[in-house]
Design a protein around this ligand. Sequence first.
Ligand code: NAG
Ligand code: NAG
Ligand code: NAG
Ligand code: NAG
Length: 575
Amino acid sequence: MKYVVVSGGVISGIGKGVLASSTGLLFKTLGFRVTSIKIDPYMNIDAGTMSPLEHGECFVLNDGGEVDLDLGNYERYLNITLTRDHNITTGKIYSHVIEKERKGDYLGKTVQVVPHITNAIQEWIERVARIPVDESGLEPEICIIELGGTVGDIESAPFVEALRQFQFRVGVENFSLIHVSLVLVIHGEQKTKPTQAAIKDLRSLGLTPDLIACRCQEELEASTVEKIGMFCHVGPNQVVAIHDVSSTYHVPLLLKEQKMMKYLCKKLELDGNKLSQSALDKGENLLSRWRSLTANHDKSYETVTIALVGKYTNLKDSYLSVIKSLEHSSMRCNRKLNIEWVESTNLEESIKDTNLAEYHKAWHHICQADGILVPGGFGTRGIEGMIAAAKYARENDVPYLGVCLGLQIAVIEFVRNVLGYTNSTSMEFDSNADEEIASVVYMPDVDQIKLGGTMRLGCHSTKFVENSQWSKLRKLYGNPSSVLERHRHRYEVNPKLIDQIESKGLKFIGKDDSEKRMEVLELENHKFFCGTQYHPEYISKVLDPSRPFLGLVAASAGILDDVLARDDLDVKGDF
Ligand SMILES: *[C@@H]1O[C@H](CO)[C@@H](O)[C@H](O)[C@H]1NC(C)=O
Ligand SMILES: *[C@@H]1O[C@H](CO)[C@@H](O)[C@H](O)[C@H]1NC(C)=O
Ligand SMILES: *[C@@H]1O[C@H](CO)[C@@H](O)[C@H](O)[C@H]1NC(C)=O
Ligand SMILES: CC(=O)N[C@H]1CO[C@H](CO)[C@@H](O)[C@@H]1O
């Protein structure tokens, strides 16, 4: 097992995650099996109860683990399936060590950060790195470890120390470190001082960078590279430059051009010739698909506009997976993606009195959009706006996709305006609502009081009902009898209303194994009007977009029929 650590200096948020996943992708194109671990230096045990406003989206794994959104990045780039153990937080390590201490595993010794915490971190990494993550079911060969935060923070100190020891534990030829830094441009001059300082910090903690990855808004000048090499005591081939590019999907190719893999393979003593021919071919194939995807996307000039009707539209990170899924789908459809962020409260009648301009602006966006997406969310604010958007989509034959809450919104709208129960709502928004006509009710088997970890979470199977061959969504999946998708919800469609709803044309074409829980809905005789109780965005991959999203984007671009006519959706490139 070879370990590649990606750490960051200067400031956070400069694309460590993208660099780490791109590096992983490049290893994959060489034919290696790659896994990844994300280290988050915060105390939360998991990301489930963290506010999306503060921390961006909570990403859900197959096993129901709620993790930091960076793990999603790895899954999307590397086409792998991670587990909740792939996220290490300070909280997890401490609670693990404290638990062991309580059990008496340390034989009464004083338990300390060094060596007990640091050892626990190293053991954890070694154990988790071995978990098979891809379709081969074999142990990975390369493990990418992303260290969150910046080196030098108080929070990350135990992890940095653990990694310092780790390089000796696994041996020099099995460990390499990429440090991501920032080169500022001030008055047209590229400034290397922050990078020098960051590398100095790193070295003072006992870690030596193999590669210094410099983020910069423009291409690095040769003199800058030379200067960094000299002052940071590395060779010029150990400095890679990542300037701003049109999309992050170009970053792997940018790194490849700079021969980064050559250096890394030499350092890690990796010999590609030892791999089997089929592994090499697979890598080769991956590279060429990636190349053509990015190249075609650069050439596409038609635009598809999706209105994203949500609530946290101030912090776009909280919809990261949704945005990525839309990106993957539009790349596949050869369209440039334009997302209109519509704050759902602005669609409500009540805002007319206070802010008429915003009301009209929001509706203008809705009417101009090619398709409408209502993603998952919690809380009552803005619900009426979403319902209005769903109504507009249904009545005007505009493509609509509702994810989780978005499905429930579509049901509430339908029950109110088609079935005529005008005050029907969700028990989530009004716990005293009349249970006979409430569109959405609490799932009986989850606990209402405790918020952390009481949801229906993780990968569950959804069966398509008989006589649903007409369904566009099912065809997009390739007409299977069931699909596996990831869930994260507490409420479900009220079973008492199903028959009435279906009799008016809104069909529940996908149900859970017990056939009691409604998972997928689709409106008959509409361009594309679908909802999923699960979150398809969590398993969307760059080269294999989520099918519901692909359907929305293709329908919005007016090419859904072409897409449906193909029976090789998952193998072939673009439309
Ligand atoms: C992604 O992984 C799945 C199984 O995990 C596999 O069936 C599929 O072929 C892979 N896709 C690519 C593009 O490698
Ligand atoms: C590096 O890893 C290989 C294979 O896991 C192992 O045989 C070798 O001893 C390791 N190197 C060192 C210096 O420990
Ligand atoms: C629904 O609303 C109408 C009018 O607003 C009211 O008369 C009726 O009692 C309400 N029905 C229920 C079940 O609350
Ligand atoms: C090995 C181990 O302790 N793994 C933990 C990872 O984190 C989850 C919580 O998100 C724990 O349930 C696991 O036990």
